[in-house]
Design a protein around this ligand. Sequence first.
Ligand code: SAH
Length: 400
Amino acid sequence: MLTITLKPGKEKSLLRRHPWIFPTAIEHIEGKPEERNRAGATAVVRAASGQFLARAAHSPHSQIRARVWTFSENEAVDHALIKRRVRQAIDYRAAAVRDTDAIRLIFGEADGFPGLVVDWYGGVAGFLVCQFQSAGVEAWKVPLVQALIAETGCRNVYERSDASVREREGMPLVTGVLAGDEPGPEVPVTENGVRYAVDIKNGHKTGFYIDQRDNRALVMAHAAGREVLNCFCYTGGFSLAALKGGASSVVSIDSSGEALAIGKRNVALNGFDGDKAEWWDADVFKTLRTLREQGRQFDLIVLDPPKFASSPAHAERAARAYKDINLLGFQLLRPGGLLFTYSCSGAISADLFQKIVAGAANDARVDARIVKRLSAGADHPMTTAFPEGEYLKGLMLCKP
Ligand code: SAH
């Protein structure tokens, strides 16, 4: 039995139900040495007064030293908890997510599984793809996989625990089959009537940017008759949505040749006119400058770059990069054109992002109108106690 006792005053964030405990908050840890050293062991967390605060997974090598499973003294951390929470996560998505078989089934802390991501592609005959990013969920891997199979009816489970955050937890990077069959190179999914091939084994994250579903639907709804430029297109998520929505042409740019190859195949998979779609293997920063020099203009531009700020320390440099591409975006837009611009950096708040974009509009001498504030879909729930869960933010803007 492991007990973590906090320093006086350090219980405040837990009383607000924030689920992370940092080493600086800990007064002492009691328990047998083998329990204290076991990554993912369940600990009772107490305030300096002795008051029960939570049950948490202890992670001896991580900067997040413990992550809360439950704030309820009556709730045990056991197989039943795992099964119950998996069921709740599935029921929530069944009610909140429509018209897709690419779903984030478990989104870490927001679903009561700190450090766990599970994406579900292709329904019962498809694949569950898991990322175990903390010692707590890693320790419960077997019962978790069993519960996922039992509750979804999908028997194929693949692990993509190759995100670098695992190294910060002191865990090795691993990928491979956890149950059932090995995924083929292109697992098909259908989102809002568009078919996409997902490369589960080698693609980014678990293969597909599920979080942009609602934003792809928005682009689809506004694409008719427009010349579209999709920057950082990956496998063409927004490009395909624009073609489905009747775009007159779509130029898609990415520096990954493999991603572009899938994008091209996605056009064929949907039977769209390949002549309307150009795929450029290039650097976005350079290419946008070239397009500006050439005087090219577009009616709809998507800017969905990778995470420029991996931590708050990188926020300033990231802000310059966001401003740079957004300035170019405004300049390349025709009057009446639409800009869909995003940041998936947790270290850049929605407020700050809007300020950066405002600075870019000002430098471009554009009185841009904010049509809509954008975020990830409902299967990436945000909770009031855990603001860190909000990472994707975006703006839909109109150039008058
Ligand atoms: N919009 C995509 C996801 C974008 S992920 C979707 O909805 O699916 C970010 C992409 O940016 C990656 O595919 C990566 O290969 C690409 N990338 C990163 N830096 C780049 C650069 N400087 N120029 C072009 N592409 C870049």
